[in-house]
Structures are given as C-alpha cells and as structure tokens.
Ligand binder design. Structure first.
Ligand SMILES: [Zn+2]
Length: 75
C-alpha cells in the first residue's frame, strides 16, 4: 500500500513534517520551527544590510594610506 500522507523534512529541525492541509506550518513541523526559520532569515538579511563597518575598512584600504601603528602617535 502506498501511504497517502506526504511528509517532508522540517527545514529547521529536520524532523518529518506532514505536507498536507492538516499541517498549517508546512513545510515546517510546527509554528515554532517556522518562526525560528523566518527569524534566522530576517536576522541574516538585517546583518548584511546593516554591516557598514566593512565598507569603511575598504575605503582606507583602497586609498593606499592604511594606518600603521608606527606612523601615528598613540593616545
Ligand atoms: Zn521542525
């Protein structure tokens, strides 16, 4: 007999989750896993968009005038 219930691996925890109308969180196994996955995606997106420090580092790198410890007095 072929099982009628189709299941998928939950992207968050890897457990089998039913992939049908009875699972409102599909392809996740639960609301929690869906929230965790979306939160991780949002955090990743925010971290990349908000990372401006690396841009400033590139600025002084490309100018050829990278600061060195010997050329400037320390406080
Ligand atoms: Zn899960």
């Amino acid at each position: 007999m072929t099982p009628r219930i189709v299941s998928v691996d939950c992207p968050t925890c890897g457990r089998k989750a039913p992939f049908d109308a009875s699972n409102r969180w599909r392809p996740f196994c639960s609301e929690r896993c869906k929230t965790v996955d979306l939160g991780a995606w949002a955090a990743e997106r925010y971290r990349i968009a908000g990372d401006s420090r690396s841009d400033r580092a590139d600025d002084w790198g490309e100018s050829g005038d990278a600061p060195t410890d010997d050329s400037r007095p320390r406080d």
